[in-house]
Design a protein around this ligand. Structure first.
Ligand SMILES: Nc1ncnc2c1ncn2[C@@H]1O[C@H](COP(=O)(O)OP(=O)(O)OP(=O)(O)O)[C@@H](O)[C@H]1O
Ligand SMILES: [Mg+2]
Length: 437
C-alpha cells in the first residue's frame, strides 16, 4: 500500500514539474529575446517587439509601463497584484476574455525595472496547467483509493480462504488422531503451497497407513500361523511328561523339539525379512554384481538336491557377464526359493527346470520354470501372500513364505515377481528387475 502511494506521488510530482519547467523555459526564452531587442534599440525597439508579441493570442502575457505608470504595450492594462513565488518568479491572477466571457486565470511571470523607470512584465497563462494538475491529482487520489479498496477486499478474501483451508487440514488431523487413518486432506488441485502441503501430508499418511497395515498383517500372521506349531510343541512335551518314559524317549522328544524350534525360528526369520523388506525398514546393501554368475552359483548350490529327486537343469544364460547393482544375498535367496519350489511342486515324469536370463531395454528378467502341474490361474495372485499354500501341496514341507520373500526382494529392488503358466505346462516364475548401473 505504501509503495503504491509513493509510486503515485512520484508520478504526479514528475508530470507536474515537467510541465511547469516547460512553462518557465518558454518565459525565459521570451525574456532572452526581449532583452536582445532592448540592447539593440532601447525602449522603442522593445516596445515594438512587445506589441508584436502581444498580438499572438496564445498564452503569453506582456506588459510594458512607462515611468508615468501608463501602459505602453502588452496585453494587460495595469500591473496586477503579484505574489512572490520564489527565485524571482511572481504569480498573479488576471482577467482573460475568451469567447466574450470574462474568466479569471492564473499566471506566472518575471518582472524587470528598466533604466529611467520603465517596467516590464513577461509571463504565461498557467490556468490550463493548473486545471490539468488538478485532474491528474484527482485521478491519482481516486486510483489510490481504488487500489487500497481492492487490496483490502482481496486481502480479506485470501485470508478467509487461507484460514478455511488450514481449518480443513486441522479437522482432518483431528480425525486421524482419533483413529481414522483412512482420512485424507482435501486438495483443490490449484498447485499452490497449501495444496502441495496437503499432497505431501497425504503421501505421508498413505505411507503410515501401509506400514500400519503391514504391522497388522504380521501380528495376524503370528496369531494364526505360528500359534499352532508352538501349541504342538507344548502339547508333545506335556504328553511326554505325563507318561512314564526312558531317558532314550526323552532324548528323542527333545531332539524333535529342537528340530521344530529350528523350523519355527526359520519361519520367524523369513516373516521378519518379508515384513522389513516390505516396510522398507531394512537398508539393503547394493553392489555391482554379475547376474549370470549369481544364477550359476545358485544352480550349483541346488544341484545336489535336484539330483536326489532326479531333476535336471536347463540353463539359458548369456556368454558374457551381465552387470547390475543388487543385494547379492537377497538375489541368491530369491533364486534358491524359486528353484526349491520347482523341486517341490514341479514333479513330473521327466523333471526339467529351466533357468535363464532375458535382457530387455532397461530391464532384465531372471526366470525359473518347471514342467510340473503349475498353479491354477485363479490362485496365481494369492500364492505370493504370506503363509498361503495351495491344497495340492499341503503334504510337502514349507510354510508358505517363500514366494512372499521373493516378491518382497523384487519390489525392494524396484521390480516385481511375475508368475505365469509355463508352456506346455508348469509354472514360470519371473523376477523382473530394472537395470541399475
Ligand atoms: N513351481 C510351482 N508349481 C506349483 N505350485 C507352486 C509352485 N511354486 C509354488 N507353488 C504353490 O504356491 C505355494 C506358495 O509357495 P511358497 O514358496 O510361497 O511357499 P512354500 O513353498 O509352500 O513354503 P516355503 O517356500 O516357505 O518353504 C506353494 O505352497 C504351492 O502351493
Ligand atoms: Mg517355497
Amino acid at each position: 500500500m505504501l509503495s503504491t502511494s509513493s509510486l503515485y506521488a512520484y508520478l504526479f510530482w514528475n508530470t507536474v514539474s515537467l510541465i511547469s519547467n516547460q512553462t518557465d523555459t518558454a518565459i525565459e526564452a521570451d525574456i532572452e529575446d526581449l532583452s536582445q531587442r532592448f540592447k539593440e534599440g532601447g525602449i522603442p525597439s522593445l516596445a515594438r517587439r512587445v506589441a508584436v508579441l502581444s498580438r499572438d493570442p496564445r498564452l503569453s502575457i506582456y506588459l510594458l509601463i512607462d515611468p508615468e505608470g501608463r501602459p505602453m504595450a502588452g496585453n494587460l492594462n495595469k500591473i496586477p497584484d503579484m505574489k512572490d513565488a520564489g527565485e524571482d518568479w511572481q504569480e498573479f491572477e488576471f482577467v482573460r476574455i475568451t469567447n466574450n466571457f470574462e474568466e479569471k486565470h492564473a499566471a506566472r511571470a518575471k518582472t524587470f525595472t528598466l533604466p529611467q523607470g520603465f517596467f516590464l512584465l513577461v509571463g504565461r497563462d498557467v490556468e490550463e496547467f493548473h486545471k490539468f494538475s488538478a485532474v491528474i491529482l484527482n485521478a491519482m487520489i481516486y486510483g489510490l483509493g481504488m487500489t487500497i479498496l481492492f487490496g483490502l477486499v482481496g486481502g480479506v478474501i485470501i485470508s478467509r480462504n487461507f484460514t478455511r483451508r488450514i481449518d480443513s487440514i486441522n479437522r482432518t488431523s483431528s480425525d486421524i488422531m482419533a483413529g481414522d487413518l483412512s482420512r485424507r486432506i482435501p486438495v483443490t488441485g490449484s498447485g499452490d503451497e497449501i495444496d502441495r502441503l496437503g499432497i505431501n501430508l497425504n503421501k505421508m499418511l498413505s505411507r503410515i497407513e501401509s506400514l500400519m497395515d503391514g504391522m497388522r498383517d504380521v501380528t495376524d500372521n503370528i496369531a494364526h500361523d505360528l500359534r499352532s506349531p508352538i501349541n504342538r510343541i507344548r502339547n508333545r512335551l506335556e504328553v511326554t511328561l505325563m507318561k512314564p518314559a526312558t531317558t532314550e524317549d526323552y532324548k528323542k522328544v527333545i531332539q524333535e523339539t529342537i528340530e521344530e524350534a529350528d523350523e519355527l525360528l526359520a519361519v520367524f526369520n523369513a516373516l521378519l525379512s518379508v515384513a522389513q523388506l516390505e516396510a522398507g525398514a531394512r537398508d539393503i546393501q547394493k553392489e555391482m554384481l554379475d547376474v549370470v554368475d549369481i544364477i550359476k552359483q545358485a544352480v550349483e548350490f541346488m544341484e545336489p538336491a535336484g539330483e536326489e529327486i532326479g531333476a535336471r537343469f536347463d540353463l539359458d544364460l548369456p556368454e558374457t557377464p551381465f552387470f547390475t547393482k543388487a543385494a547379492r544375498p537377497l538375489l541368491s535367496q530369491a533364486l534358491i526359493n524359486l528353484i526349491d519350489n520347482a523341486f517341490k511342486y514341479g514333479h513330473s515324469d521327466e523333471q526339467i527346470i529351466s533357468v535363464g536370463l532375458t535382457k530387455l531395454n532397461n530391464m532384465f528378467i531372471i526366470y525359473v520354470a518347471d514342467n510340473g502341474p503349475g498353479i491354477p490361474p485363479s490362485d496365481m495372485s494369492r500364492v505370493t501372500e504370506r503363509f498361503v499354500r495351495l491344497d495340492a501341496s499341503r503334504n510337502r514341507p514349507g510354510s508358505g513364505l517363500g514366494l512372499s520373500l521373493v516378491s518382497a526382494i523384487a519390489q525392494r529392488h524396484g521390480g516385481k515377481l511375475r508368475l505365469q503358466q509355463n508352456f506346455p505346462q508348469g509354472l514360470k516364475a519371473e523376477i523382473v528387475l530394472p537395470l541399475d548401473t
